[in-house]
Design a protein around this ligand. Structure first.
Ligand SMILES: *Cc1c(COP(=O)(O)O)cnc(C)c1O
Length: 365
């Protein structure tokens, strides 16, 4: 028997979450963002659940090749565009749409030999200060691109830094609107947080939305709002089993560094999941888990291959019991990945992206 740990990808949840994003922006087309191997879920594993999207947005050419290999003939967008001139050849061959965020990418396009002109997304830096042309340089970049025979249609995009927080999107949205006022082309502005939190804004009503995290069932603005609040279901579950039980007396400690010490007699379960599976080592005593679908907590330090859970009040739990680290239990209870991420001082994104290759994954409908 393989080590009893398994991740499950829930196809139906992906479908439902994608629909949820559509509901928020009924007139927009939807890029399902599948960068980072579909946020750790696996591009091939999410494809069935997300094929109802209008396109796939990702970063790596190799990921674009994988989406084409699955038979997808629709739009694919490279969110960071090309990294060197050679990449443009693959864009031509695979009909990839690509972001243009800097002069160097325009230079490469100007030298590119292609029979079919490319569809590009010209990116504005409206305040995030990562990628894109400053608003005052946007028009000249557009004019230069528009003059190239290598370029077909130019769409306009930007990315929000604070769609999930109190600062919001209005400042960046206004800057974008002002600098693109009389430029033609489709617009794409909103990530998950903007799509769900600012559904009434023009940014979300633009031509393309770009939800990522919401599609995978994690809340973009936890703890202000839970995934449940947004009507999102976990697309990934991580479950393992108890492989040993220990009986502690007052003063007994658990695991490396003896960081948890029992105050009285207690039963604990040793679970076949550790940081080498992608479970954060930093999670302290008290991080939520489900044991046989019932809420409990971790105890002591997470080690490479194991962690320990409290079996207090769980008389039926023992070797072989299912422990849900996040997502859905066999009995249908849910533990939000966002709650576990919060205990680790991070966000659901990081946990799902860090699922380790050694964890077997099954795809469920
Ligand atoms: C990752 C990414 C998104 C998706 O962001 P979420 O917060 O996961 O919805 C959208 N747009 C761009 C440019 C991105 O890089």
């Amino acid at each position: 028997m393989p080590r009893p740990i398994q991740a499950t990808i829930h196809t139906q949840a992906l479908r439902q979450n994608l629909n949820r994003a559509r509901q928020a922006a009924p007139d927009a087309q939807v890029w399902a963002v599948t960068k980072a191997n579909a946020y750790g879920h696996g591009i091939e594993r999410v494809f069935e659940g997300l094929r109802g999207a209008d396109g796939f947005a990702l970063l790596d050419l190799s990921e674009a090749e994988r989406v084409r290999a699955l038979g997808w003939r629709g739009p694919i967008l490279l969110l960071e565009g090309v990294f060197e001139a050679r990449d443009l050849e693959l864009c031509s061959r695979l009909h990839l749409w690509h972001t243009v965020h800097c002069d160097e990418q325009i230079d490469m396009l100007a030298l590119h030999k292609t029979h079919e002109p490319h569809r590009v997304f010209l990116k504005m830096n409206s305040g995030m200060n990562r990628l894109g042309f400053a608003p005052e340089r946007f028009r000249s970049a557009w004019t230069r691109l528009n003059a190239l025979p290598q370029v077909d249609e130019i769409s306009l995009m930007t990315h929000f830094s604070d769609a999930d927080g109190p600062k919001g999107i209005s400042g960046q949205m206004a800057r974008f609107a002002e600098a693109t006022r009389d430029l033609p082309g489709e617009r794409s502005l909103s990530n998950s947080a903007a799509t769900l939190r600012h559904a009434q804004d023009a940014a979300v009503k633009a031509d393309w939305i770009r939800p990522g995290i919401a599609v995978y069932g994690s809340s973009p603005d936890f703890p202000e709002h839970s995934a449940e609040h947004w009507g999102l279901q976990p697309a990934m579950s991580l479950n393992a089993q108890i492989i040993a039980v220990q009986h502690l007396q007052a003063g007994d400690s658990v695991g490396y560094g003896s960081s948890f010490v029992a105050e009285g007699p207690m039963r604990i379960g040793v679970v076949a999941c550790g940081y080498a599976d992608g479970y954060p080592r930093i999670c302290p005593t008290g991080t939520p888990v489900l044991v046989g679908g019932v809420p409990s907590r971790t105890l002591g330090r997470v080690s490479m291959d194991m962690l320990t859970v409290d079996l207090d009040g769980l008389a039926d739990a023992g070797v072989g019991s299912q422990v849900t680290l996040w997502g859905r239990s066999a009995t249908g209870q849910t533990l939000s990945i966002d709650a576990v991420a919060q205990a680790a001082g991070t966000v659901g994104y990081e946990l799902m992206c860090a699922l380790a290759p050694r964890v077997p994954v099954v795809v469920q409908d």
